[in-house]
Design a binder for this molecule. Structure first.
Ligand SMILES: C[S@@+](CC[C@H](N)C(=O)[O-])C[C@H]1O[C@@H](n2cnc3c(N)ncnc32)[C@H](O)[C@@H]1O
Length: 487
């Protein structure tokens, strides 16, 4: 129990109370809600009593010069005006789906409870008035068949396992090794057939990827029909529910790296295994980073120097843990791990500690609880990072549109020493990409890039030696920028 005198308030910016902010999906589970900013259609990102964050997905939209302007904000529900007030633009940022505009209401407030209630009333009426097959019309027949085939495959494996458990149980309990053999056989069959269905999913949704109305309809259908079936698999459930409020948190990364049998029963474990199959490229890209870290340490050791290595959006920093676990290091290394998630940093630090102690000062780990924005905008922070022999960000740029990714990469490249390396990982738009399972089943949105688009991310890094290579699965690109040695 804590004593009154030791209870602390906030610190820094957190001393200022901010009204509770809800993500749009928590408030509006449908597309009945439509927002307009200065008359332009925009998407709602999140909202609170005192403000709203809106995304303008029009590639030509540019709100960056409008900070401080008062603009009309309108929310309609099924065509009925539910809120209308001027608001002050207080921030403009690049986000994966467009430009994010933060608005503060000055003379009015959003009555969230009333808004939610009205939305639910209208939604019920809307859903009841509309025959179910109207929704289905927008979903291609081939896709509906695919979903039936996926469910058939999953339930077939489930039934096979259940039948084995019952039938093989003659007069004595089934020996664990028999159950294990049966599980493994089901797993192998499932993985084989899943690959075919995954490819079919990619082929069907790939054809509609640029039609946002069609994508929304297919997503809605998938979330009603397929997603619930996958929720027994822990990696699918966490990916879909996003308990920390954003996709791809460090606990999901840990699931991939652990590659363990997780799930409350054999069926859940099979589903988890399918999720790992999809997420395999997270592990393979990590190995590429680990190899480059080892190479950087050896390179600097030859010059008798400590290798300075920084990871932005480090998550659990598994590649660093793997390097530190080796019985000996080929040189000395100082790691800087940066993430906006304090829990991720705590995990990474605590994992590293025993090995740092064993290595007796040959390696160090410094954690910075920062967003990339703070890192690139604050001079003091930039100085704290200092020049680096290797910087990498994997699983971060995938969330940024091209312009913002280019700025981030140029900012990071500015911290790379001559001879040093900047490594950027991004999901690839390959023939069998993660697009269908991640975007449609798990509602995990990232930007899938072509090799040419990866190359373009280095546009603002004059003089860099740029290479783009795929990971072993072909589902991730690694963009590498080497700063030439000083002449
Ligand atoms: C998909 S995970 C990748 C983690 C790690 N690089 C890996 O591959 O295992 C993305 C990480 O980026 C972090 N992140 C997201 N937005 C960030 C931001 N604005 N600034 C810093 N880190 C961020 C998340 O907290 C998360 O740990």
């Amino acid at each position: 129990m804590k004593h009154y005198e030791s209870l602390a308030g906030g610190s820094g910016r957190s001393v200022y109370y901010r009204a509770r902010r809800l993500r749009a999906a928590e408030v509006f589970s449908s597309e009945l809600a439509v927002a307009r900013l200065d008359g332009r259609p925009v998407q709602i990102e999140n909202l609170s009593m005192s403000g709203i964050a809106l995304i303008d997905g029009d590639a030509n939209a540019d709100w960056s010069e409008r900070a401080g302007d008062s603009v009309p904000v309108e929310i309609t529900l099924g065509g009925e005006t539910a809120f209308s007030s001027p608001g002050l633009i207080c921030r403009v940022e690049e986000a994966a789906r467009g430009q994010l505009v933060g608005i503060r209401f000055v003379d009015d407030f959003l009555d969230m409870a009333a808004l939610i209630r009205r939305h639910e009333q209208l939604l019920l009426k809307f859903d009841l008035d509309r025959p179910a097959d109207v929704e289905l019309e927008a979903v291609p027949g081939a896709y509906r068949t695919l979903c039936a085939d996926v469910i058939h495959l999953l339930r077939r494996q489930k039934a096979l396992l259940a039948r084995f458990r019952v039938r093989a149980n003659g007069h004595a309990p089934i020996p664990p090794e028999d159950m294990e053999d049966a599980y493994r056989a089901c797993e192998a069959g499932l993985l084989r057939d899943w690959k075919t269905l995954w490819q079919r999913g990619e082929d069907i949704v790939g054809a509609f990827a640029h039609d946002s109305v069609q994508v929304r309809a297919i997503k809605r259908f998938t979330e009603q029909v397929l997603t619930p079936e996958f929720m027994d698999g822990p990696i699918w459930q966490r990916s879909f529910e996003k308990p920390l409020g954003y996709p791809g948190d460090f606990k999901i990364m840990r699931m991939v790296y652990a590659w363990a049998r997780e799930g409350k029963d054999p069926y859940g474990q099979l589903l988890h295994r399918l999720g790992l199959e999809v997420a395999e490229c997270i592990a393979t890209r990590m190995v590429l980073v680990q190899q480059s870290i080892a190479e950087t340490i050896r390179r600097r050791a030859k010059a008798g120097e400590v290798a300075r290595i920084a990871s932005l959006g480090c998550g659990p920093a598994k590649e660093v843990q793997n390097i530190l676990q080796a019985s000996r290091l080929d040189g000395a290394a100082a790691f800087t791990l940066i993430d906006q998630e304090e829990e991720a940093l705590a995990h990474a630090y605590e994992e590293a500690m025993p090995n740092l102690a064993r290595l007796g000062g040959q390696a160090s780990v410094n954690c910075l609880h920062l967003s990339f924005r703070q890192l690139l905008s604050g001079r003091a922070v930039a100085e704290a990072l200092g020049p680096q022999d290797m910087i990498y960000a994997v699983g971060l740029v995938d969330y940024f549109r091209e312009r913002q990714a280019q700025r981030l990469i140029a900012g990071l490249y500015g911290h790379v020493e001559p001879g040093g390396l900047l490594m950027i990982g991004n999901m690839a738009d390959s023939a069998l990409s993660n697009y269908w399972p991640m975007e449609f089943i798990a509602d995990w949105n990232v930007i899938y890039r072509s090799r040419e688009e990866m190359q373009r991310l280095a546009a603002d890094c004059a003089g860099a030696e740029v290479t783009v290579r795929p990971d072993r699965t072909g589902r991730v690109w690694m963009l590498q920028l080497r700063r030439p040695d000083a002449a």
